[in-house]
Design a protein around this ligand. Structure first.
Ligand SMILES: C[S@@+](CC[C@H](N)C(=O)[O-])C[C@H]1O[C@@H](n2cnc3c(N)ncnc32)[C@H](O)[C@@H]1O
Length: 485
């Protein structure tokens, strides 16, 4: 083999190439690797650098060729096995990835990374207990690693053992008290399991230790408003905004947390300010949270006798239409034309741009129903009644504006007990985060019947995700009884 003469030490060049890869400077690492290959005979380390470079440029097959020949030449090199486990995982070869990861653990039993890779492979293979055992060993071998702890905690939480999941993170906090990520992961887990007292306590401890982090304060606000401590939540959100002033969502939370008089509904000015400020990112944000109500309304409407037989069932009044997502979801059914009503000019501007509505009106839905005498065969309200606590007035007005046998399809957020079993609010509804109300199913059912409706069906969809936890909802399809005025 021809050798070029350079003064540099090949080992130093090798570690320099590895550093460049770790720093994301692949374009600089590649020529260095080419030079190294001319300088020294093949080695496991060189194969590893070549494979990593190939993986980084998305050339998984090139990486596999490099790794297969490297492993054939250096079968006891654990690093090559770990890297091939990664490559195989990317190719969807789960069994192969698990075999390589297991071999890496066998070759280097003290390496926590090998155990974590095996854990991830086990999880991919649908073996959570084995995965948890692997990650537990990875955590034992590298107690300060947040990724291993988060992975172990997530597996335990998914298996229903949220106590152990939390312990994994709180132990991590004791070992790494300065790790903001570890603290936030623990607070978020408490929020997900509706243990808002513990979430607020963990966030407060972080603050008292001098940890100033926008996310920690945001989660604290979430926990406090879930406990009905809206004033304290507003302070926490304002702290979050000071630390992350450019974050539009935190700004939205600050506006949302303005003290809400618990008068049974969100005030008009408040709704307008929140949604005008939120309008430009409303759709992308809700889609990223898996917002499911428009699709669920569509599913219900397809069971409407007229729609099911292809007959026109409109026109439709879309209450709190926002940017028009609910109408968009049903716009191909025989239900138009559509009229939308909303308090927020910013949201209405987005609805207007969709060119779906025959008419869009700016105003409060109660005032609109009270002043426009027209009757409708179909009224929908997607994720809007959560801005009302008491529903009686609204239901009475909707009944007056529906034709006999007309349908009203609406969603509410379902009230849930906290971790300690306490049901918040007055038993019928509770004011929650961001000025939204949650409702008890029995209350809604009784209010609907008392207002002169027949319940056609109640679906129980997940409305969207919030802080990584599902927000359960109730979707009512009700029909106006025909015999009243
Ligand atoms: C979460 S968005 C839902 C928008 C739309 N229905 C959808 O499914 O995408 C709630 C909308 O209800 C509107 N809203 C809330 N309370 C209202 C009220 N009292 N009168 C009119 N609109 C209201 C807000 O301005 C906002 O556009």
């Amino acid at each position: 083999m021809d050798m070029i003469h350079v003064t540099a030490d090949p080992a130093a060049l090798q570690s320099r190439a590895a550093e460049l890869i770790a720093a994301g400077r692949q374009e600089a690492a590649q020529p260095l690797l080419n030079a190294i290959r001319l300088l020294v005979p093949p080695s496991a380390e060189i194969s590893l650098i070549g494979a990593r470079l190939a993986l980084d440029r998305g050339a998984v097959e090139d990486a596999m060729i490099e790794l297969d020949s490297g492993i054939a030449a250096f079968p006891s090199h654990a690093g090559l096995r770990k890297c091939r486990a990664d490559a195989r995982q990317r190719m969807g070869d789960r069994e192969g990835a698990a075999r390589d990861a297991a071999e890496a653990v066998f070759l280097d039993p003290a390496d926590p990374r090998a155990k974590a890779i095996l854990g991830a492979a086990m999880l991919d293979l649908g073996c959570p207990a084995e995965a948890a055992a692997c990650f537990a060993e990875a955590v034992a071998g590298s107690p300060e690693d947040i990724d291993y702890r988060e992975a172990l905690s997530a597996i335990l939480e998914k298996a229903g053992d949220s106590e152990s999941a939390l312990l994994v993170l709180t132990d991590g906090i004791e070992i790494c008290p300065a790790s903001v990520a570890m603290r936030n992961a623990a607070i978020l887990l408490c929020v997900r399991r509706r243990d808002f007292v513990q979430a607020a306590r963990l966030a407060e401890t972080a603050r008292s230790l001098g940890i100033a982090d926008a996310c920690t304060f945001g989660l604290k606000g979430h926990a406090l408003s879930s406990l009905g401590r809206h004033d304290d939540a507003a302070i926490a959100y304002r702290e979050a905004l000071k630390l992350g002033p450019e974050d539009p969502y935190v700004r939205h939370l600050v506006v949302s947390s303005n003290t809400m008089p618990d008068s049974g509904r969100a005030p008009d000015g408040y709704v307008r300010t929140v949604f005008d400020g939120y309008a430009d990112r409303f759709e992308s944000h809700l889609i990223s949270l898996g917002y499911a109500i428009p699709g669920a309304i569509r599913t219900i409407l397809k069971t409407h006798p007229k729609i099911a037989s292809g007959l026109a069932a409109g026109p439709v009044l879309d209450l709190g239409c926002g940017t028009g997502l609910a109408t968009l979801a049903i716009s191909d059914l025989p239900v138009g034309p559509f009229t939308g009503v909303d308090l927020s000019p910013g949201m209405l501007a987005h609805a207007r741009a969709k060119h779906l509505y025959a008419e869009l009106r700016e105003g409060d839905i109660i005032a609109d129903l009270a002043t426009h005498p027209r009757r409708w065969p179909l009224i929908v309200a997607a994720d809007v009644l959560c801005y009302f606590g008491a529903l009686e007035e609204l239901l009475d007005l909707v009944r007056q504006r529906l034709e006999p046998y007309g349908w009203f399809v609406f969603s509410v957020e379902k009230i849930l007990p906290d971790h300690d079993g306490v049901v918040p609010g007055n038993g019928s509804w509770a004011l929650h985060r961001q000025g939204r109300y949650a409702h008890a199913e029995d209350y809604v059912y009784e209010a609907v019947c008392a207002a002169g409706f027949r319940v056609l069906r109640i679906d129980r969809p997940i409305i969207r995700q919030e802080a990584g936890a599902p927000v359960p909802g109730l979707l009512f399809a009700i029909e106006r009884l025909c015999h009243d005025s």
